[in-house]
Every structure is written in structure tokens, then in C-alpha cells.
Design a protein around this ligand. Structure first.
Ligand SMILES: [Zn+2]
Length: 376
């Protein structure tokens, strides 16, 4: 059963504080200690919370810390990218207990994508010894365009046959639990907001660069969507007005410059001799380094425009391009500091994201948890 709105606020504070006393809860919520004693008693009885160690020093009364119970819930996360689908099962503390992944290619032959994905997940759960009935909620992150109201996948670039797939509806019928879906960049921002570095931030941006670019923008503590749910589409900002045509129809999109396959292409087009860009980069090859510096600069220019528009306190970056080619990140940071308004960069933090290459799957899992808990 989902927690009520009143209880969900308390659960959020306990989750955020990672151990909090009734006294601190009372200070945070403005509720009296007596009513908090009553509410937390209910939450303990219902299995949401448990008591931990006593803290406090000197002669004052020792306070018992309250924790969210890890085993209270089970969430299923599904991260649908252009090249892979990743699936994981996690408990209430978002610790992953089982996970698997499939190449997107595997789905090509199947006309009914939702039905094939559901049967693949059912087989995975069975082989992991996890019952369908034990799952409280499902979160789906999609690197593509989705209809937020109708809860339909409209299009996944680089993957055929995913247009107009009503995945949440089909999954809800198969699993008999709530299914929440959002765009992949946004789920990553949700992961940072509720389980990562952005817990206390009201303004931040998340960016993942791999085979595509996914971005999420939190403004005034809320997800930016825009009027047609495509707000914050960083990958399709024009970065080169003479650039090649993108899958979205525009020319010279950022996604055509700094994604991993594009960097690889740039390296070989310029006469790179090594087997791959990565191999060359590791030997300090000049062409490889130049390709990375230019990519970092292009991304930095796009992000400095975002910084001027949204004035975030932090930018969290992740993805294979950042992890494997650190000079892209360094140049990106330098470019932002050079180009964005100096008042906007004074306190700006630019860091790796909380979940590295697992940002997508944690996004999907956190979406399931935060929605189930009524946190947004
Ligand atoms: Zn584009």
C-alpha cells in the first residue's frame, strides 16, 4: 500500500537524513513531538521505519535514530536506451539485488515490443527467484521522446519500431502494480534529486554523454518539461550550423558532434591510425587529444548557454565519454568557466554524477520509488 501524503513527507525526511531522531523531525516539520511519536509509531507498525542506535552526549536525553526499512519495498527499474535495455530489481534503499540487460537489436524482430519486453522481464524474474507479486512499483526511463500525459513512447532515435508503444499500460496489466515512465535524462535528474548529490539542491542539471546525450534540468526544485514535454533537449541544440543532418531532422546538433560514435568517426576521418580513439587517447595521440578537446569545447559552449539560461548550482555529468575520455570533461569545465556569466559560475559545482555508468538504471529505480512515495 502506498503511504498517505502526511506519512510520505516524514518518510522523505527520514530517507534524506539517512537516520534522524524524532526531535529533529519535529524541528523540520513543525509538528509537535507528541504527534510525531504517534505518526512514527504507525510507520514502525506498518513496517516503513525501524529504530536504530541512540545518540546524544552528556546528561541530556539520548535520542533514538529512525531509519527507513530497506526490505519494506521492492522496485523494478527499466532503462531503455538506443542501444541497450537494462533491468534491475532493488529494495527500498535502492540496493540492487538482481540485474540484466539486452541489446536493443534483440527487439528488432518483434513487432509487439511491449509484449516481448514483458515476457523477457518475466523470464528474468523467474530465473532470479523473484515473484512478480512482490514488486511494489515499476519505473521506466526512455532515451527518446515520450508523451508524459498519455504515457506512451513516441519515438526512440536509433531504434526502429518503438513509435507509439503504450508500455506503461501493458506493464500495469501484466504486473498489477503502478508503472511510471519518464524520459531518461529526467529520470537521471530524479536519481540525483532523491538519491544522489542533488538532495539539497533546487537548481541543477544532469548530463549523460554516451551513444546519445541525455539531460535533465531541475529548476525551483521541479523538473523542467516545457509545454510539449521536450524542454531541456540538450542533445539537439544546434552546435554547428554547417553540420550534418541529425536523426531529429535538424542539422549540426550537439549529439552529432560529441557522442562516442561521432568522436570515433572524427578520429578516423582525420587520419587517426590506431585501432580506436580510446586506444589512441591512452597513448596521448595528438589527433585523439584534439578530437577530445574540440568535443569538450562544443559541449562546454552548449552548457554555458544552459548555465546562463537556468543558473544551476551544479552540473552532474556521466556516461562513457566522460568516464573514458577525462579530457573532454576538463575542457568542458574550462569552457563553461570561460564563457558563462561570471556571476552564474561563482558557486557552480561541476562534478561526476552519483551513479557513474549506472545513472540510467538508478534513474528508473528512483522514479519508481519517488513516485510510489508521493515525493513528486
Ligand atoms: Zn538533432
Amino acid at each position: 500500500m502506498k503511504p498517505s501524503e502526511k506519512l510520505s513527507q516524514i518518510l522523505r525526511l527520514v530517507d534524506k537524513g539517512k537516520g534522524i531522531s524524532r526531535k529533529a523531525l519535529s524541528e523540520e516539520t513543525g509538528l509537535s513531538q507528541a504527534s510525531l511519536t504517534k505518526i512514527t509509531k504507525t510507520l514502525i507498525e506498518q513496517g516503513y521505519l525501524e529504530e536504530g542506535e541512540r545518540v546524544g552526549s552528556g546528561l541530556g536525553r539520548k535520542e533514538v535514530l529512525l531509519y527507513a526499512r530497506a526490505d519494506r519495498h521492492r522496485f523494478l527499474g527499466i532503462d531503455i536506451g538506443g542501444y541497450k535495455i537494462r533491468v534491475a530489481i532493488a529494495d527500498n534503499s535502492l540496493q540492487i539485488h538482481a540485474r540484466t540487460e539486452w541489446e536493443m537489436q534483440l527487439f528488432k524482430e518483434h513487432h509487439d515490443k511491449a509484449a516481448f519486453l514483458i515476457s523477457s522481464i518475466e523470464a528474468f524474474l523467474e530465473s532470479s527467484g523473484i515473484s512478480k507479486a512482490s514488486i511494489d512499483a515499476i519505473g521506466v526511463g526512455v532515451t527518446g521522446v515520450i508523451d508524459a500525459e498519455l504515457q506512451k513512447i513516441l519515438n526512440i532515435p536509433n531504434a526502429e519500431g518503438w513509435d507509439n508503444v503504450e508500455l506503461p499500460h501493458a506493464m500495469q496489466e501484466a504486473f498489477a502494480c503502478p508503472v511510471y515512465m519518464d524520459e531518461g535524462g529526467r529520470t537521471m535528474a530524479i536519481a540525483e534529486k532523491f538519491a544522489g548529490k542533488g538532495t539539497d539542491m533546487e537548481h541543477f542539471i544532469t548530463v549523460q554523454i554516451g551513444f546519445g546525450i541525455a539531460a535533465g534540468v531541475i529548476v525551483n526544485d521541479r523538473l523542467l518539461r516545457g509545454s510539449d514535454n521536450v524542454g531541456g533537449l540538450l542533445g539537439h541544440i544546434t552546435a554547428d550550423n554547417k553540420g550534418i543532418r541529425c536523426t531529429c531532422g535538424n542539422y549540426g546538433c550537439l549529439e552529432n558532434i560529441i557522442t562516442y560514435p561521432m568522436l570515433e568517426l572524427a578520429y578516423s576521418t582525420r587520419g587517426g591510425q590506431a585501432g580506436s580513439l580510446l586506444e589512441a587517447y591512452r597513448t596521448n595521440d595528438k589527433i585523439a587529444l584534439d578530437v577530445c578537446l574540440e568535443a569538450g569545447e562544443a559541449c562546454g559552449i552548449a552548457l554555458s548557454n544552459m548555465v546562463n539560461l537556468f543558473n544551476p548550482r551544479a552540473i552532474y555529468v556521466s556516461g562513457p565519454v566522460i568516464e573514458l575520455l577525462p579530457s573532454v570533461f576538463d575542457e568542458m569545465r574550462r569552457t563553461i568557466l570561460r564563457r558563462a556569466n561570471r556571476f552564474a559560475t561563482q558557486r557552480l559545482q561541476m562534478e561526476r554524477s552519483s551513479f557513474g555508468n549506472d545513472e540510467g538504471i538508478f534513474g528508473a529505480l528512483t522514479l519508481a520509488k519517488a513516485k510510489w512515495m508521493n515525493w513528486f
